[in-house]
Ligand binder design. Structure first.
Ligand SMILES: C[S@@+](CC[C@H](N)C(=O)[O-])C[C@H]1O[C@@H](n2cnc3c(N)ncnc32)[C@H](O)[C@@H]1O
Length: 222
């Protein structure tokens, strides 16, 4: 019998999920919010100076990256966020997560709205944030139905747990859907992953990682 995800507290007080069958966490145990802000928001979204930003995420999961991106959007920065997820989490788990606790009631409601809106078509969340959730396996995704993107949040489980998510073919497909001057960011800094990104055509940078992790990667399409 498979055991579902278990909620745990990370180093910054925010929750993560632990998947016993994979022996893997959804986020850094040193701090889930801290990691998401460092890798995806600071090194990705805030690094790109554009008024309209198209984001593609691999692994919607708890919706933490989507929520923190939504917080960054406003009247002068419109975000179109497309995310894929093979195994959507039940609302009963989402409702126990503390990601929105320190935010206003309106923003807490928006965290749930991200999870409650329909899958498969673009949904209006706020005047500055549009969400498209696609339920699919990355390895079966029909890339021809996707637009192209300014930022890719590559947030799959680690390569030693899910090698099939970190192949040359996947990074070639990621490169093809990245706009010029666009980028892919990931918490993973492994040399073999960096070399696959370079082989796809990206210029890669090793950046300081979030607390507990020496480095992360940002790959730019020049
Ligand atoms: C490291 S977790 C990160 C999730 C999310 N970004 C978050 O902050 O909660 C990886 C996510 O990828 C999803 N996933 C695993 N295998 C997948 C696949 N083959 N295709 C698409 N998503 C997958 C998992 O279910 C999980 O939600």
């Amino acid at each position: 019998m498979s055991v579902g995800p278990v909620i745990e507290i990370t180093g910054d007080g925010s929750h993560t999920l632990f998947l016993p069958e994979l022996e893997e966490h959804y986020h850094s145990v040193n701090g889930a919010i801290q990691e998401s802000k460092h890798v995806f928001i600071e090194a990705g979204l805030r690094h790109l100076k554009r008024d309209v930003v198209h984001i593609f995420e691999v692994g919607f999961g708890t919706g933490l990256n989507a929520f923190l991106s939504l917080i960054e959007s406003d009247a002068s920065r419109e975000i179109h966020y497309t995310t894929i997820e093979a195994y959507p989490l039940p609302l009963s788990i989402i409702k126990q997560l503390n990601y929105a606790d320190k935010y206003s009631q309106e923003q807490q409601d928006l965290f749930y709205k991200l999870h409650e809106v329909e899958w498969g078509t673009e949904q209006w969340i706020t005047p500055g944030f549009y969400l498209t959730k696609i339920q699919t396996d990355l390895n079966q995704l029909d890339f021809s139905v996707l637009k192209s993107f300014d930022i890719i949040y590559f947030d799959a489980f680690a390569p030693d747990k899910q090698a099939e998510m970190w192949s040359q073919q996947i990074f070639d497909q990621m490169y093809n859907i990245t706009n010029e001057q666009g980028m892919l960011v990931t918490y993973c800094a492994k040399g073999v992953v960096r070399r696959m990104m370079q082989q796809s055509g990206y210029k890669t940078e090793r950046l300081p990682g979030p607390p507990g992790k020496r480095e992360m990667l940002r790959a730019t399409k020049l």
